[in-house]
Design a protein around this ligand. Structure first.
Ligand code: CA
Ligand code: CA
Length: 332
């Protein structure tokens, strides 16, 4: 064998060995960092978020897939098929929570929108906007406001109205009671930032009304089950204005801290969000950051950036119609 061939062979061997090292290391290597939170009786160092299952044919497969997921915490809709009014059964929630082995047992939070009414939810009455012009018809409840132009079928609500709050919590047929009865570990409350909409329209105490709403809901649920978890999504600025808010919640979810899809957020917005979220961390709350980039470099960057500020990260499609596992950030 000539010298050039030996060198060539050596390079090939090195490349193969290097390749093996990479292959061997990749399953255990991930960049979720050392961030973890103690929630109820478990340690959570990764989470996932999915609301619809358009690409999975059968309900059994959906349950099996969620059960097998190794994410320590999953956020799923309170309903399997909200548009068909199909609730999860307690057995299904239990199956997903228990997992298929010790590595896949998990906390499951139910997504509930408390700041907008959704026309496909069980509480909706078709007569409220029978002509579908986005404006409540005569006879609609006084808390119902106009349709959100960005999200057809979602209507603004005067969330401080007791009739709306009674739909959400406080009685057997309310949303939160149903969530408790199904065996969810907690709730993930969306459209907290509805208070900004009403502040802009002259409701000067809209923010404190949202804090009161979440606090009352939390107190009610925790009275029924002490370790029930309450996570608002977004609206983190409330914590600076109303420090008591931090006592009502166990953590917070925040979308788009570092990126808006494949664009990096402006420094000032990013820093403000991180600053406000740090109040939650200081109070011992979990911080879950949700981002929607598709660029692999940005995906790595948001996972690392979240870990750097002491938060957990999940990257998925904005439609939340698929539970993603991102290469290099696999749940364990
Ligand atoms: Ca109408
Ligand atoms: Ca884990």
């Amino acid at each position: 064998m000539e010298k050039a061939q030996v060198v060539g062979l050596a390079i090939v061997v090195i490349v193969i060995v290097a390749g093996l090292v990479i292959v061997i290391r990749s399953p255990t290597e991930n960049d979720t960092g050392n961030v973890s939170f103690q929630l109820a009786d478990r340690v959570v160092d990764d989470f996932g978020y999915v609301l619809q299952y358009d690409n999975i044919e059968s309900r059994e497969d959906v349950v099996a897939g969620l059960a097998a997921s190794k994410y320590d915490l999953l956020i799923i809709d309170a309903y399997y098929e909200p548009t068909q009014n199909e609730s999860w059964t307690a057995d299904e929630v239990s199956t997903i929570r228990m997992g298929v082995d010790s590595e896949s047992s998990k906390i499951v939070l139910a997504y509930v929108s408390i700041g907008e009414a959704e026309s496909y939810r069980p509480y909706w009455n078709e007569s409220w906007d029978a002509d579908h012009d986005g404006v409540p018809d005569d006879g609609a409840p006084s808390w119902l406001d106009i349709e959100n132009p960005d999200w057809p079928g979602n209507y603004k609500v005067r969330y401080w109205d007791s009739s709306w709050q009674n739909i959400i919590f406080g009685n057997e047929s309310s949303y939160i009671d149903r969530v408790l009865a199904r065996g969810f570990d907690g709730v993930y409350l969306d459209i907290i930032d509805a208070y900004e909409y009403y502040e802009d329209r002259g409701v000067s105490d809209a923010a404190s009304k949202m804090v009161e709403f979440v606090s009352a809901l939390s107190a009610y649920a925790k009275e029924l089950r002490e370790d029930f978890l309450v996570f608002p999504q977004n609206g983190e600025a409330l914590a600076r204005r109303f420090p008591d808010y931090l006592e009502a919640v166990d953590g917070i979810g925040r979308e788009d801290v570092f990126t808006m899809d494949n664009t990096v957020q402006p420094d000032q917005e990013r820093e403000q969000a991180v600053d406000d979220l740090s109040l939650f961390l200081d109070a011992g709350c979990a911080v879950l950051i949700v981002e929607y980039p598709t660029d692999p470099h940005l995906i790595d960057w948001v996972y690392e950036s979240a870990a750097d500020v002491g938060a957990l990260c999940y990257v998925g499609p904005r439609s939340l119609d698929e539970l993603r596992v991102n290469a290099g950030h696999e749940p364990d």
